[in-house]
Design a protein around this ligand. Structure first.
Ligand SMILES: *Cc1c(COP(=O)(O)O)cnc(C)c1O
Length: 345
């Protein structure tokens, strides 16, 4: 039961006349003399502005993800899609968003940057959530509910039925961050897009696709929402090198499948070895390429590992995560090195 998009989008954004770049006004293929964008004729191919809508890349993504091109937004990492959500939907000083806690820190950072109230609702002791509790934290000014599944830093997938309940009951936008979905047993929520015009799904090439350096994040949503995102984004927000490298990666999705399988089997091995360490108090179930573990003394263990050149993430200061370390699954030898070091702690 989504409120109309016109009521959800900020009035200034709804009525915005977007910047029209040279490449927007002419995008045909037949021309061979380009004197419209004040580009330099030398230093091809880097002299030309890249496609502002990344059409070739989206055509390839459509085949891999099964989402039509006009339902895909591409940005400078998922972080761009997160920030855009606030700029599109939330009136500063007036609107608010609701999120699970603990979760990915960028949702709150972007809320703070945009002057938007951020309301968090603590997860239960299984790190899962109840739709009713999230909905109870909403009011007439709540524009967005943030969900992250598998969740960071906890690693678990959220209960799908509860996520669907939120989608059905909430009139605003529900954003499901699926940065780790390629590692998960749960299916992506992509197939729910047809039934839920208020759903935005975030994915990224930074994790399973092994391409954090190129900064490519994706948002999947209704074509109406994507059109508004395209209006607000920087005209050339994804550079040519990123578009080319992403297309090279997408040509061989089976390579990614191999990495994922390998990382999942390494995850089993690393977690088993970790569990037997005297310093391990509890390992939480995970659906991602990392796991959260409660240890005897997170700060001392963290410092000890830093001294040995091994960096894990100390999440001790986060609600529900006291004495917890978040450990990313590395290569076979990296995982061995971590365990060998911890056995000597
Ligand atoms: C790593 C991560 C991302 C990825 O962000 P990028 O900007 O695409 O690199 C997004 N969401 C979550 C929850 C993450 O952990």
């Amino acid at each position: 039961m989504m409120i109309s998009l016109e009521k959800l989008v900020r009035p200034n954004i709804w009525s915005l006349a977007p910047y029209s770049s040279a490449r927007d006004e002419y995008s045909g293929k037949e021309a061979h003399v380009f004197m419209d964008a004040n580009e330099n004729p030398f230093n091809a191919p880097f002299n030309r502005y890249p496609d502002p809508l990344q059409r070739e890349l989206k055509a390839q993504l459509m085949k891999v993800k099964g989402v039509p091109e006009d339902m895909i937004f591409l940005g400078n990492g998922s972080d761009e899609a997160i920030d855009l959500a606030y700029r599109v939907f939330c009136n500063p000083g007036q609107d608010n968003v609701v999120a699970i806690a603990p979760t990915y820190g960028m949702y709150q950072v972007c809320a703070d940057i945009n002057g938007v109230e951020y309301r968090s609702v603590l997860l239960d002791d299984q790190f899962d959530f109840q739709a009713d509790k999230l909905l109870a934290a909403c009011d007439a000014n709540t524009k967005i509910i943030w969900l992250c599944s598998p969740n960071n830093p906890t690693g678990n997938s959220l209960n799908r039925d509860e996520m669907l309940k939120v989608l059905d009951a909430f009139g605003g936008i529900v954003i499901v961050d699926e940065a780790y979905i390629d590692f998960a047993r749960q299916l992506s929520m992509r197939q729910e897009l047809v039934r839920h015009p208020n759903l935005i799904i975030l994915q990224t090439m930074s994790k399973a696709w092994g391409s954090a350096a190129i900064r490519l994040g994706m948002a999947f949503a209704s074509k109406e929402i994507i059109a508004i995102y395209n209006k607000v984004k920087y005209p050339y927000n994804v550079n040519l090198l990123t578009q080319q490298q992403a297309m090279a990666m997408l040509k061989d999705p089976f390579e990614v499948d191999k990495w994922v399988k390998l990382l999942l089997s390494e995850r089993v091995r690393l977690m088993q070895a970790f569990q037997e360490l005297p310093l391990c108090e509890k390992i939480y179930p995970t659906d991602a390429n990392f796991f959260l573990a409660r240890v005897t003394d997170a700060q001392r263990i963290y410092d000890y590992l830093v001294d040995r050149g091994i960096i894990v993430r100390n999440r001790s200061k986060i609600q529900l995560c006291s004495n917890c370390l978040r450990i990313t699954i590395g290569s076979h030898t990296e995982n061995n090195e971590l365990i060998a070091a911890l056995r000597q702690f």
